[in-house]
Design a protein around this ligand. Structure first.
Ligand SMILES: Nc1ncnc2c1ncn2[C@@H]1O[C@H](COP(=O)(O)OP(=O)(O)O)[C@@H](O)[C@H]1O
Ligand SMILES: [Mg+2]
Length: 145
């Protein structure tokens, strides 16, 4: 039923829960699992001064890329014992847009993600990324809370 599954992660507790749930489903369906991280671009008021900021700007970018790799590697290690057909992938961009793009272009069968992420504020069931993905995804979305 599910051949390709996409699990977007941001390093949060709920994304880790979603990854665990995705791994169990992938095991059951013998599916390919992609753990996906989107590195958000620096805000426009910083972006504008790329030239003037020079090395500092590039160090921040490098650090953000490193951070993304660490998030992905942590999840990969946590799921290693499932022995899955698993891939990790990261891209730069708007998280919700890139998650939907990856799902569409990679022809995924399902997205499994957390209801909230790192920016959790009490009182809201869903974060902005999960909200937008539910509305724009080309495939079913399973929200783990
Ligand atoms: N930058 C990101 N890259 C990949 N997945 C993300 C990213 N940000 C959020 N997600 C996914 O969306 C879920 C919900 O997060 P989000 O909507 O950002 O909530 P919050 O507002 O609480 O941070 C996360 O559990 C994770 O699965
Ligand atoms: Mg967030």
């Amino acid at each position: 039923m599910y051949r390709k599954m996409l699990v977007p992660v941001d390093g949060s507790h709920r994304a880790a829960l979603a990854a665990e749930h995705g791994a169990q489903l992938a095991k059951h369906f013998k599916a390919h699992l992609t753990i996906f991280h989107v590195i958000p671009p620096l805000p426009p008021y910083v972006n504008k001064y790329e030239d003037r900021l020079g090395e500092v700007y590039h160090n921040i970018e490098k650090q953000m890329e490193e951070n993304g790799k660490e998030i992905l590697n942590r999840v990969k290690e946590e799921l290693a014992h499932y022995g899955l057909d698993l891939e990790v992938k990261s891209v730069w961009g708007n998280p919700a847009e890139e998650i939907c793009r990856e799902a569409r272009e990679g022809r995924y069968d399902i997205i499994i993600m957390g209801s909230r992420g790192l920016g959790e504020i009490r009182g809201y069931l869903m974060g902005s990324v999960s909200n937008r993905v539910v509305r724009h995804a080309p495939c079913p979305v399973l929200i783990v809370r």
